[in-house]
Design a protein around this ligand. Structure first.
Ligand code: PCA
Length: 221
C-alpha cells in the first residue's frame, strides 16, 4: 500500500498526492518474474483521519509493504526516513485544526521507532538509477512523523507487513533545481521551468515505484 497526503498549511499542492494518484495498480519488475500490485490512498493531513484510513485499509488485505509518502517543503532530495518519534509538536494546525505542543502520541511507549529496511543500500541502489535520494534521520514532528510512528508500531505489534517506510519528497520545482545544480544533462536539455517541474514530478513517481519494487524483492527473497 502506498499513500500520499493532500495539500496543507501554506502549500497549495502536495506532490505526494499526485504520486499516489498516478501510480499504476500493477507493474512488472524488469529482469525478474515478479509483479507488484499497489493500492493507494490520498490521506487528509489530519492526525486522526490519516491513520484511521490507513488502518482500515490495512485490515482489508494482507499487504507486504506500507510506503508512506509526504511533502517536506524546503528539502532538495527524496528522503528515506529512518526514525519516527513518539511526539506531536506541530508548528501549524493540521487540516482539521488540531495543534499540539510536544505531547506524546502514545504515553509510556518508546520515544522513537526505526525502520528495519537497509536504507543505505536502498539509497545507493536508487542513486545508481540517478534518483537524487538521501537517508534522513528526522521526519519532523507533524502528521508525516505521526503516521510513520503508527505504521512502525502496527508492524511491531501485529507482525503484519514486511516493511514500513516513510519517503519525504520535495516540491517538484525544488527537485528540478537540484538536478539543474547537479548539471544533470537530461534536465539541462529541458528549457522551460514548467517542463522541468513536470519531469521532476515524474521522476518522483518513478522513484517511489522503484522503492516499491525494492521492498517487494526483499519480501519475496
Ligand atoms: N507533509 C507533512 C504532512 C503532510 C505532508 O505531506 C509532514 O511532513 O508532516
Amino acid at each position: 500500500m502506498i499513500t500520499g497526503f493532500d495539500a496543507f498549511g501554506k502549500h497549495s499542492t502536495n506532490p505526494s498526492q499526485r504520486i499516489a494518484e498516478q501510480l499504476p495498480e500493477e507493474f512488472k519488475i524488469p529482469r525478474s518474474n515478479l509483479s507488484v500490485e499497489i493500492d493507494t490512498l490520498v490521506l487528509p493531513t489530519c492526525c486522526k483521519q490519516s491513520w484511521r484510513l490507513i488502518s482500515k485499509q490495512l485490515a482489508k488485505s494482507d499487504y507486504s509493504s506500507l510506503i508512506l509518502v509526504g511533502l517536506a517543503g524546503g528539502r532538495k532530495r527524496i528522503s528515506l526516513e529512518r526514525f519516527a518519534l513518539n511526539i506531536r509538536d506541530y508548528g501549524i494546525k493540521d487540516n482539521s485544526g488540531h495543534q499540539y505542543d510536544g505531547t506524546e502520541i502514545y504515553a509510556g511507549e518508546p520515544d522513537a521507532l526505526k525502520t528495519d529496511l537497509p536504507l543505505v543500500e536502498m539509497r545507493n541502489a536508487l542513486r545508481k538509477k540517478n534518483f537524487p535520494t538521501e537517508v534522513s534521520n528526522f521526519a519532523g514532528s507533524f502528521i508525516c512523523n505521526e503516521v510513520y510512528y503508527q505504521g512502525l508500531r502496527y508492524k511491531e505489534k501485529t507482525g503484519a507487513l514486511n516493511s514500513v517506510l516513510f519517503v519525504h519528497v520535495p516540491h517538484a520545482k525544488d527537485l528540478a533545481q537540484t538536478l539543474v545544480d547537479a548539471e544533470n544533462k537530461d534536465f539541462l536539455r529541458i528549457k522551460s521551468p514548467a517542463a522541468r517541474s513536470a519531469a521532476a514530478q515524474r521522476m518522483m513517481l518513478d522513484c517511489v515505484q522503484e522503492i516499491a519494487a525494492y521492498c517487494s524483492k526483499l519480501s519475496s527473497s
